[in-house]
Structure formats: structure tokens, C-alpha cells
Design a protein around this ligand. Structure first.
Ligand code: SF4
Length: 576
């Protein structure tokens, strides 16, 4: 990857630059966060002309290494006000990498009301009119672009909530089956909407393979790495069989499955929505219980969920979405949840924020608890069409809480807290509080060690060791997010020594480097620190690294646990 492409939407111009030396060893999150930290004024309005939207494939994206097809998107987030990186599967990362594009940076705002689309090819980037696409949701945009360019075209698009700059809007990425994966968290779809870009298409026809400096070493490391993924019980068995939704019963058993807007840690109808039920339903109906979000994924945690007649409903049906609608919003029918997931893909909102905000809407009395059909109507007719109620909801959980005077509002830095209760799984609470991105389980997934006993064991109900655990995992994750690898490689990397060594060997073989494990740790630390510095310059301080107050006085059954970390204990996270 030897070039950086800048699209200036103020001037409607495109420029191609060589990769600056200081960015050469970076990819994915490391690169998006570095560019945002260098070029975006921390105090700027996220929807204004000074914010930039940056896309960067990971260091290994486009290579044959398993799991390496993730694309990072970065900007200052309109939801959290912090720096933001969100990564997605789909075909875009591999296509950009094959075209040699290390980063695509979109800056400025166009004058006037015209909507545009970007078309990326070997010849460069052209800025085209998107008049025929505005007002359409994502699947219609993808269909139209396939009609125009053929089925191999890569597409990144926003739906109507993105056009209307709602803070829950995501950026959708076409997958190999013409369905959708997402840059979900942090409202990056609103940043794309502010720049009046409806979609970005990528045609990599004529592009060669991504160059690899030492192919023999790369092949050898790739083999060891792939074997470790298949050997580990979580990545080799659990995820391919039940998807991430295997976690419903596990978290329920642990008393950490937030239920009815974080009132309880267990859900009475967990069997109706769990991974085992989902698997059996998919198999009985002739769907796919195993599916990859990009070419080269061998874990295949995704699936294709179909209706009783075998018709497609949704894919990439994740635990966090099913938890949010099934346990937290109390919807008992998995089909209703799947239709909501499809609608969130189509209109283009983050399915975690979407599920948490719908639970808040139930808390506010706008929707009855467990009413899946009304959730579908609200998604389609209110948020999807941008009615006044839809805009209140579509601006996220914190927006609903503010407008309706709620106290139980599960957000950190305005971002909805995902599927693991921080009182019953304390390590993940430290991650929610201290992450540079707002509440984000993937930033430092302590569930691995607190619940799944991967990489050792730290008792989830005790405070001991949680800050160290979260810090170590956040550092490692920041580095992994820079490789283009999916987060689930962490399971073998934590348990099988050859797995982590092989990952480093892959980078070294691809770029003719001699990185060590310490170098990788150093990279992770540097990324976290530069993100943290950006946030401080944007006005954030230690007082923002806290969980909502209700967690400290509402004990969650069955353990009757409360959130009991002191300010000093949380602030110690940054002592490195
Ligand atoms: S394991 Fe799941 S998230 Fe990771 S690359 Fe495969 S389908 Fe995508």
C-alpha cells in the first residue's frame, strides 16, 4: 500500500500522495487514529468542515492471512465527542489494499445541497452525483450500485439516518454475498452524511495482489496462525457453531446478562433467544449457521438467518444485538429480533446503539416492553424516515434519556453500554469507563478472562486485577485493530503461544521487518496514548472516565453486585 488519497469535499478535488515515512508502519486503527490526531482539531464540531473521515485497511488486509479483511474508519465522533475508530468486515478493506490505498481521507464540506458518491478505481477517485441515491436505504443503494458496476463492486454507504446526521448512524459495507457489515459505533455515518457522501464504490479490477516481501516465511506463519484459530475451542468450535450468540446462556449463567434496561442480570426467556436455539432454527429452516464476513475468514462466526419459508432475514446476527433486543428490551421472538436487525442494517444504524436506545424508549413509555413489532415500526417509520420522534431516538440512548428525563441511562461518553453488566463482570466495566471510544466492549474484551477463562482467570465479581486486565487487553486490542485482523483472533493469541508469534511473523514477512512482541505492545500503548491525548485536548478529563451513577446504588440480582470502583482506582488505568 503505497499511496494516500485525499478527497476535499469543499473544493470537490482529489489528490494522491505518497505515504509519509512516519505512517509507513501503521495500518487500521493505528493509522486512522494517528491521522485524526494529527489533522483534526480536537475542539472541532464533528459535523463541521474541520472533521475528517479516514478509512484505512489493516497492515495485513488484502493478504491471504486468515481473518485479515477488516477496514478501520476513524473521525471525531458526533456521538461521543471523542476520537473514534470502528472496524468492519466486508469486501472494502481487501479491495482498497489491492489498489495500494493505505488511507482514504475525506475532508471539508461541500457548499450547497448536492449529494455525491465517490468511485475508487485503479485510475484514482472520481466524485460523481448521487442524485439518484438520496432518500434510499442501504440495500437499495447496494442493489443500484451492483446494477451499475456489477456484483464485484465494493460499496460503503449510509441510509437516511446518516443523511440526516443522526448520531446512531453507521457506515454499511457490502459483504461478499451482497449483504451488509457495519462500521457500527460512534455515528460515523453522520460524519459521512455531513460531507454529503451517500456512498463510496470500489472497483479493484486490474489491481494485482498485495505484495509480500517474504512469501515463504509468510506462508509458513499463515499456516501456523490458521491452525491455532481452528485448534482453540472458542474460535474453532463455539463461534462457528453458535456464532457470538453462544454468549446468551453463558452470560445468563454468570448473572451478567443485562435485562430490562439493566435491572437484572438474568433473563427468564434466555432459552428462546440463545445461540443454541438460533442454531437449531437456522438448521431446521435451511439457513447457514456458519458464514464469513469477508473472504479468508476461517472462524466464520456469522450466519444467515432465514424465515420459516427459508427466505433471507439477516446475517451477521450478533450476540450484542440479540441481547439488546431480546433480554434488555424483553423481546421473546427471535424472528422479531432478526427483522429488527435487518431493518437496522437497511436504514443504517448501529445495532448496539439501536438496541440500547429502543430499551430506553421502553423505559420512557414510548414502546411497550417486549413489543418487537412496534420496534420494527419505529425503526422503519420513525428513525428510518427521520420524523421528529425518529430523530430523538436516532441520536442515541443519551438523547432519549435527556429528552424523556430518564435516570437509568446506560451510556459512557454518550455511547450505549453493550451486552455485559459491569457490576457482575467488573473488568468490562473498567473497559467501558476508560476506553478512548466511550462504552465499547471490543476495546478491551475482559469477558475472555472474566467469564470464558481464556488467558487465565480473574474473578468477575471482585475488583482485584480488573484494571490491569483491562489495560493489558486494551493495549493488545489497539495493536490488533491495526493489523486488519478480526477481534476473535484474541482467543488463540491469549492461550496458544505460537498463535501470537505467528501473527508477528506474518507482519514481519509481509513487510520485511523484525518486530518483537515488545514492539507490538509499544504500538498498542502509543495508539492508546495518542487517542487519550486527543480526548483531553477535546475537553475530556478523568471525570468522564466513569460509569453512570445508577450502577453504584442499584444492586443487580442474582449477585446483588454494585459498581464499587473509586475514582483513584479507575484513574490508575492511565499509569503506563
Ligand atoms: S470471525 Fe466473524 S467477525 Fe471475524 S472475520 Fe469471521 S465472520 Fe467476520
Amino acid at each position: 500500500m503505497n499511496k494516500v488519497i485525499r478527497v476535499d469535499m469543499s473544493q470537490l478535488t482529489v489528490s494522491v500522495e505518497p505515504v509519509p515515512t512516519r505512517w509507513a508502519g501503521l495500518g487500521g486503527r493505528g493509522l486512522t487514529s494517528t491521522i485524526v490526531a494529527e489533522e483534526v482539531p480536537p475542539g472541532c464540531h464533528p459535523l463541521g468542515p474541520n472533521n475528517k473521515l479516514v478509512f484505512a485497511p489493516g497492515l495485513l488486509s488484502g493478504t491471504p492471512a486468515a481473518q485479515s479483511g477488516r477496514l478501520s474508519a476513524g473521525a471525531k465522533s458526533p456521538l461521543t465527542g471523542t476520537i473514534k475508530e470502528s472496524n468492519a468486515g466486508g469486501t472494502a478493506a481487501q479491495q482498497l489494499a489491492r489498489l495500494g490505498i493505505k488511507a482514504l481521507i475525506v475532508e471539508g464540506l461541500p457548499a450547497g445541497d448536492t449529494w455525491y458518491r465517490l468511485h475508487v478505481t485503479q485510475q484514482g477517485v472520481s466524485i460523481e452525483s448521487a442524485a439518484e441515491l438520496t432518500g434510499k436505504q442501504n440495500f437499495a443503494v447496494i442493489d443500484k450500485m451492483i446494477d451499475t458496476y456489477g456484483p464485484k463492486i465494493g460499496v460503503m454507504s449510509i441510509g437516511v439516518p446518516g443523511e440526516l446526521r443522526m448520531c446512531a448512524a453507521n457506515i454499511s459495507v457490502k459483504d461478499p454475498d451482497q449483504k451488509i457489515r457495519s462500521h457500527g459505533r460512534g455515528g460515523l455515518g453522520a460524519v459521512m452524511g455531513a460531507k454529503r457522501i451517500k456512498c463510496i464504490t470500489i472497483d479493484d479490477a486490474g489491481a494485482g495482489k498485495v505484495p509480500i516481501a517474504n512469501p515463504d516465511k509468510f506462508r509458513e506463519a499463515a499456516k501456523i496462525f490458521a491452525k491455532s484459530l481452528l485448534d482453540h475451542p472458542v474460535s474453532g468450535e463455539g463461534l462457528p457453531t453458535y456464532g457470538t450468540n453462544i454468549l446468551i446462556n453463558i452470560l445468563n449463567e454468570a448473572g451478567g446478562l443485562p435485562t430490562k434496561n439493566f435491572r437484572y442480570g438474568q433473563c427468564a426467556h434466555h432459552e428462546k433467544i440463545c445461540g443454541e436455539t438460533m442454531h437449531d432454527t437456522i438448521v431446521a429452516r435451511g439457513g447457514k449457521h456458519k458464514h464469513g464476513c469477508h473472504a479468508g475468514c476461517i472462524i466464520q462466526c456469522s450466519q444467515v438467518y432465514v424465515d420459516k419459508a427459508g427466505g433471507y432475514i439477516t446475517s451477521g446476527f450478533e450476540y450484542e444485538t440479540i441481547w439488546g433486543l431480546g433480554a434488555n428490551a424483553m423481546i421473546e421472538d427471535l424472528d422479531d429480533i432478526a427483522i429488527c436487525d435487518h431493518l437496522m442494517d437497511d436504514i443504517g444504524i448501529d445495532s448496539i446503539e439501536g438496541a440500547v436506545l429502543l430499551s430506553a424508549a421502553m423505559e420512557a413509555g414510548i414502546i411497550a416492553w417486549g413489543d418487537g413489532k412496534e420496534c420494527q415500526r419505529v425503526l422503519r417509520e420513525e428513525i428510518g424516515k427521520g420524523t421528529p420522534l425518529g430523530r430523538i431516538l436516532g441520536n442515541g440512548t443519551a438523547s432519549v434519556g435527556k429528552v424523556y428525563g430518564l435516570v437509568r441511562v446506560p451510556v459512557v461518553k454518550n455511547q450505549g453500554i453493550p451486552a455485559y453488566d459491569p457490576r457482575a463482570v467488573k473488568g468490562i466495566g473498567v473497559t467501558y469507563a476508560t476506553s478512548t471510544m466511550g462504552a465499547d466492549h471490543t476495546a478491551g474484551y475482559t469477558i475472555a478472562t472474566n467469564i470464558l477463562k481464556v488467558g487465565g482467570y480473574v474473578d468477575p465479581l471482585k475488583k482485584d486485577g480488573q484494571v490491569d486486565l483491562s489495560r493489558n487487553l486494551q493495549i493488545a486490542t489497539a495493536a490488533v485493530d491495526s493489523t486488519g485482523m478480526c477481534v476473535f483472533i484474541a482467543f488463540p493469541a491469549l492461550d496458544i503461544p505460537e498463535s501470537f508469534t505467528a501473527l508477528i511473523d506474518l507482519i514481519n514477512a509481509a513487510y520485511d521487518l523484525s518486530l518483537t512482541a515488545d514492539d507490538v505492545t509499544e504500538l498498542g500503548k502509543n495508539i492508546l496514548k495518542l487517542e487519550h491525548d486527543f480526548n483531553i485536548a477535546a475537553g475530556f478529563g478523568p471525570a468522564d472516565d466513569r460509569l453512570p451513577e445508577f450502577f453504584s446504588y442499584e444492586a443487580i440480582p442474582p449477585h446483588n453486585a454494585v459498581w464499587d470502583f473509586s475514582d483513584e482506582e479507575l484513574d490508575a488505568f492511565w499509569d503506563f
